[in-house]
Write a protein that binds this ligand. Structure first.
Ligand SMILES: [Zn+2]
Length: 483
């Protein structure tokens, strides 16, 4: 039975017509279909095994953008950031050579230069606010992010790609970390000590600045959605800069597709010498049906599609245990967010004078930035998520015991819709049902045993993030049966 269903699924792949994934690959261990999909009254249905690309295909313009990412430029940017001595939020703002003021003016100038090279396509700004400081009892403080906006055709939908440019030396001394003998503790508010922050987060900041360069060069007229390249202040003081931007976007009623951060992104060797330069971690918060988790699944598909040799360890968790990052303020406000980080950390060099340039691997960091670019490009070209999706069970006594209707409201620029399906225990979708250009489909699918997500396929072929169902709104009663 299982075998014949698989055979049927594969033959459907061969017969795939409009609305099917152009590059479907069988999953390594395909989950047998528990449902025999029947013809629905509203559409012809194709039920296919879904490969790890989730039906995403390579867009040549996005691939070219990845290819433009230059590890030597990223390294040069990072070395310039380190040259300011410290980028502590409370450090000197007037010096032209040392402190956070000089650092942010240099970042602003660099992004402005990229904007000149694309005929003014980037909107570069100092994004300033007076914010409460979680670690400082003296009261609120002025903080300054540096932002570069690449407006898209739709300026209300935004993708945030950030890193924090502030640094600190703010942990207990670790032997061999480069602090003078006898130095036991350097407080978080010390604004004069040298804090190179080459990896935390010169690495992420340099990657984001490079992403602003390559996207502005390739897409001077923007993509579908607007991209904000964000260099945050005061991450080390309690995620303050990203909190401000997240609040600003909420107040501005933007539709934030993703609040993403690159943080601690360029180290490849742990303290014991263990090395990994071919994979990275991506953190996506609980619950399993959250928008952040859907974003993480999208990230996995983009990585597999564009840069398959540089793999992802997906982590189903907001962040490392007891640690934080600049995606968190977005996630806490209901927006999808993920954190990109190196595969192995070396905490002997974090928040310490030992966080130096020589310990950042720029070819590795460039690959991490390429994953960022794939995600940004795919998301920016995707149609809106059909987040009105609902699943309603309508009858009993079918092959799986239930029969369900999926319905949703149409979204702009959608040519068709697809239903992604996975077991409740499966981390990733492994089936796709091409629904066609409809907003209601009836399936003989025992949804009590699955998670499903509805996504839009754009007129350009790009896929949206999925909207997870069931969100059961009503049960159609049947005489003599319990709902
Ligand atoms: Zn950091």
């Amino acid at each position: 039975m299982i075998h014949s269903r698989l055979t049927a699924a594969i033959s459907l792949m061969a017969a795939c017509v409009l609305g099917c994934a152009p590059a479907v690959q069988p999953a390594a261990s395909p989950v047998p279909s528990a449902a025999t999909v029947t013809a629905a009254p509203t559409a012809a249905v194709n039920d296919m095994i879904l490969g790890p690309n989730l039906g995403m295909f390579e867009d040549a313009r996005i691939a070219a953008t990845l290819a433009d990412i230059d590890h030597a430029r990223i390294g040069h940017t990072d070395s310039t950031l380190v040259s300011f001595g410290t980028r502590h939020t409370y450090s000197d703002t007037t010096s032209t050579s040392r402190g956070i003021g000089a650092a942010r003016r240099w970042i602003f100038a660099q992004l402005s230069q990229y904007s000149r090279e694309c005929n003014g396509c980037l909107r570069v700004e100092f994004d300033t606010a007076t914010m409460a400081m979680p670690y400082d009892t003296r009261g609120p403080r002025r903080i300054t992010n540096v932002l570069a906006w690449l407006p898209g055709r739709d300026t209300s939908r935004v993708i945030v790609m950030g890193g924090h440019y502030d640094s600190c030396v703010c942990v207990q001394t670790v032997a061999g970390a480069g602090l003078p003998a006898g130095t036991a503790y350097v407080p978080r508010l010390d604004s004069t000590a040298t804090a190179p922050g080459a990896n935390d987060d010169g690495s992420g900041s340099s990657a984001v600045i490079e992403l602003a360069r390559v996207f502005s060069k390739r897409f001077p007229r923007g993509l579908g959605a607007t991209i904000i390249f964000a260099l945050y202040d005061a991450e080390e003081q309690g995620l303050v800069g990203s909190t401000h931007l997240a609040e600003r976007l909420v107040k501005g009623r933007y539709d934030v597709l993703a609040g993403m951060t690159d943080d601690i992104a360029g180290n490849v060797t742990a303290a014991d010498g263990y090395t990994d330069s071919t994979s990275m971690r991506v953190f996506g918060a609980d619950p399993d049906t959250s928008r952040s988790r859907e974003l993480l699944r999208f990230v996995q598909a983009a990585q597999y599609t564009y840069i398959p040799r540089f793999t992802i360890l997906p982590v189903f968790r907001l962040d490392r245990v007891n640690r934080g990052g600049d995606h968190r303020p977005f996630v806490e406000r209901g927006m999808p967010g993920v954190r990109f980080s190196e595969r192995v950390e070396n905490e002997n060099r974090q928040h310490l004078p030992g966080d130096m340039l020589g310990f950042v691997n720029y070819p590795y960091l460039a690959n991490l930035a390429r994953v960022n670019a794939a995600v940004i490009g795919e998301l920016a070209e995707s149609p809106a998520t059909p987040d009105s999706a609902r699943a309603t069970r309508i009858s009993l006594g079918t092959s799986g015991g239930r029969r369900w209707v999926f319905s949703w409201k149409p979204v702009p620029n959608a040519a068709s819709y697809e239903i992604l399906v996975r077991r409740t225990t499966a981390p990733q979708y492994d089936r796709v049902i091409a629904a066609g250009n409809v907003t209601r489909i009836e399936l003989d699918l025992q949804l009590d045993d699955y998670w499903a997500a509805v996504r839009a396929v754009g007129t350009n072929g790009h896929r949206s993030l999925g909207a997870v169902v069931p969100t059961v709104t009503r049960v159609i009663p049947r005489a003599g049966s319990a709902p």
